[in-house]
Ligand binder design. Structure first.
Ligand code: GLU
Length: 442
């Protein structure tokens, strides 16, 4: 059996971090099993779907490195949905309903008022042909519900949640088609999962009750149901699922200097029993991916944790991976020297300006003589090797200074800062001329 997963976003907005996580896990599971990962655009809602969002979804997946092995669109499959709908109608598994939203609301309120669960009473099933005709004559067009089989208990072994059980008698027959003929997500999704031979549906636990009714749709259409993995949702650092989390997407992360590898490394392990680690290459994450390691409690998404992980990833990135984003003239040696001090690749700009100068340094009165001495020593160095070791070695001898008193004034005069990259790596980048000039001008 070839594993086939699908990520099925509706193009009615940008992907947020929860969607990205779902996409990632579908991709990882497919990759871990030598399978296929499909992108399915759920654009049955023509009013709210936008082509710009479809493009953005593709771009976001590409940025994360989650390249689909195929792409499908629900709007291209309406004729197929129509066929299956006709079959279900003939079999009596979908039925027309004429209640208005107000009438349904009233029914719900009455039940709730009596302390009963607001389950649809199937009144539409009891309509006579004459009553139906009367509704139609009034200009009412029906919406359609799927008839749940009340005699079969619903159950499945969820890959994350364990065994799940639903009694169909406690569920409303789900509406699958609106009065204007448009499709709700439930039935087309099942038809697609059958036609595309989806083996594993990986999605958020907000879909658990949809799964219960969809399992009966798989059976009614004679299709084999896939396995299901319903993941606990993410929460924001504030505790509960925040509005903010819903607005955090790839643009935000990119602007914050987050590397896609950092987001992948965090989202791959968040909510699992494995530690979050700075893997710049997803291969080990994929190899260890296992739904059994996912917990059932909501996982906390913390932007600070992401920033910390990002820095560790940046420290590993090779020059080739970042060259196009570095300031002009900044070469591999400079990248390697500066990289350990960066939180984001974009920060390289400010360190490169330290190399190129001019730098603005405050020099203490008592260091002036020492720095003049340093300028003279710098002029006599052999700059082809270990310039920093030579410089500090010579100054140690001549000035008698040690440790901080020796190193800090040099660092400050040369970089204008108290901390930064290893001076041994930085000094050759600053070079002879600028070193002499910076030391002698203080
Ligand atoms: N379009 C649905 C959603 O975005 C897909 C859910 C599913 O994966 O089946 O929630």
């Amino acid at each position: 059996m070839t594993v086939i997963t699908r990520f099925a976003p509706s193009p009615t907005g940008r992907l947020h971090v929860g969607n990205l996580r779902t996409a990632l896990h579908n991709w990882m599971f497919a990759k871990a099993n030598g399978g296929r990962f499909l992108l399915r655009i759920d654009d049955t809602d023509g009013e709210r779907s936008e082509e710009a969002f479809v493009d953005a979804i593709r771009a976001d997946l590409a940025w994360l490195g989650l390249n689909p092995d195929g792409e499908e669109r629900q709007s291209a499959r309406f004729a197929l949905y129509e066929n299956r709908f006709t079959l279900l109608k003939t079999a009596g598994r979908v039925y027309p309903c004429y209640e208005t939203p107000q009438e349904l609301d009233l029914k719900r309120k009455v039940l709730l008022g009596r302390g009963l669960p607001p389950v649809y009473d199937r009144a539409a099933l009891k309509l006579t042909d004459a009553q139906r005709a009367a509704h139609e004559a009034e200009g009412r067009t029906p919406h359609w519900r799927f008839l749940l089989d009340h005699d079969v208990m619903i159950g499945w072994d969820d890959l994350v949640r364990g065994h799940q059980r639903f009694d169909p008698r406690t569920m409303s027959d789900p509406v699958v088609r609106r009065a204007d003929g448009s499709w709700l997500y439930l039935l087309p999704s099942v038809i697609d999962d059958i036609d595309m031979a989806i083996t594993h549906v990986v999605r958020g636990e907000d879909h658990v009750s949809n799964t219960a009714s969809q399992l009966q749709m798989f059976a009614a259409l004679g299709g084999a149901a896939p396995a299901f993995a319903h993941e606990a949702l993410l929460t924001g650092s504030e505790g509960k699922l925040s509005k903010r989390l819903g607005s955090l997407g790839c643009d935000h992360f990119r602007e914050a200097g987050i590397e896609p590898q950092a987001l992948v490394a965090l989202l791959a392990r968040l909510g699992t029993s494995d530690p979050v680690e700075p893997f710049a290459d997803p291969a080990p994450l994929i190899a260890g991916f296992d739904f059994a390691r996912f917990g059932r409690a909501p996982a906390r998404f913390d932007e600070e944790e992401l920033a910390g992980l990002n820095a560790k990833i940046v420290h590993q990135l090779g020059y080739d991976a970042v060259a196009s984003r570095l300031p002009a003239g900044m070469g591999e040696a400079a990248w390697n020297a500066i990289r350990p001090n960066l939180s984001t690749v974009a920060d390289a700009v400010s360190w490169w300006s330290v190399v190129e100068g001019p730098v603005d340094a405050q020099v203490a009165e008592e260091d002036r003589g020492f720095l003049a001495e340093a300028a003279e020593a710098a002029a006599r160095l052999d700059w082809s090797a270990d310039a920093w070791a030579q410089l500090t070695g010579a100054l140690k001898e001549s000035s008698g200074r040690r440790g901080k008193a020796l190193f800090l004034p040099l660092r400050q005069a040369l970089t204008g800062r108290d901390h930064g990259p290893d001076m041994a790596a930085l000094l050759p980048l600053i070079g002879r001329e600028r070193t002499i000039q910076r030391l002698s001008s203080r």
